[in-house]
Design a protein around this ligand. Sequence first.
Ligand code: PLZ
Length: 442
Amino acid sequence: MSREPLDQSRKLVTELPGPKARELRERLETYVPKAVSPSTPAFVSRAEGGIVEDVDGNRLIDLGAGIAVTTVGASHPKVVKAVQEQVEDFTHTCFMVTPYESYIQLAKRLDELVPISSHTRTVLLNSGAEAVENAVKVARAYTGKQAVAAFDNAYHGRTTLTMGLTAKNMPYKESFGPFASELYRVPGSYPYRDGLSGEEAAARTIESLESQIGANNLAAVIMEPIQGEGGFIVPAEGFLAKVVEWCKANDVLFIADEVQTGFVRTGTWFASEAEGIEPDLIALAKGIAGGMPLSAVTGRAEVMDAVHAGGLGGTYGGNPVAVAAGIASLEAMEEEGMAAKATRIGEIITEHFTQLQKDDARIGDIRGRGAMMAVEMVDPATKEPLPKLVNNVAVEARKQGVITLTAGTYGNVLRFLPPVIIGEDLLKEGLSVITDILTDMK
Ligand code: PLZ
């Protein structure tokens, strides 16, 4: 690459939004429906490392990584090179029509990496929701059963089937029903709010599965090992292991939705590893390909093989450019020790907010793992969620050049998902901007 590297520092040369961004926002509002409503008051011109540069020349600190996608950075040199080379060779043939080797190479790499001890096979797709949909199709085909159970606070996507699995109504489901049938919701584990141990929460979950669905009808239980959009909820220790144990004993498949938690985000290749669980199927996307649209379902070979020949696919699934980016991203993660970097980010964020919590009782809970961390803001007296505060903090942080995301069933969670290659100083600066805003809003 001949371009100058993007300076890894925050710099505001105009107010945000600047004049060019304002004009673009007007055009956006003319041609794009209000249902699509970007949160950051800037239009990007370039992004690299932990910095997003905007059309007015401002440099923002990226604490979102495009919602946990650009784990290796927005334009990792290895990804750029792999994409450029692939684009010159061919952009598309459709793997179902004329296959190519790189798809197999990536499937093999996933077989080596996922926490499934037996041999796996992988189908490549385009989005997280599409991966979840396909995992459900495979589970139904294998078990011959129909019901699928998802959890309170779950997020699995915005398509018709995945909307039904997603828990939160606004903004994801409002006015979009009817949803697909044979989808059920059961209570999970939210230690900060339910106070249950892993064992107690699992007993409650299993009671619901048995009394409301019945193992004979249940094809699969699907869960995010750390619930993402729901508020970075880490289940109580042992919860997932108990649920998976029940699934195995009852011929029910366990699907891990690692769309957000996967690919070193939480300090290990996959978050299932920290729970000591072995899923039957894993839905993957986001961090897999350094920003290119790519997703996957990786599952036990025996399970994947239940689907008839030609039963899985799609025009763009495993697009060669996205696959090249995927192979390069996984190499970069390994070569640059990015799992350890994610763990270090978790330590910095935990330390920062633990310190702050001593003087700010609105910080009710600090949780997450690795580069997937969040703080839940509450009224200290009642534990009532404070969604307005969280929204105001995020809006102000973005104006000050720190891209900040929120989450949570109650909208009262500030979440941090930086690219794991972000410099420590930049990360700390981003956190201190947020701290100052929180202090101002006391
Ligand atoms: N499963 C666990 O986190 C996507 C969506 C944000 P797609 N999360 C961010 C929004 O408002 O749309 C996600 C996820 C988990 C599935 C998905 C869906 O992935 O690639 O957005 O379809």
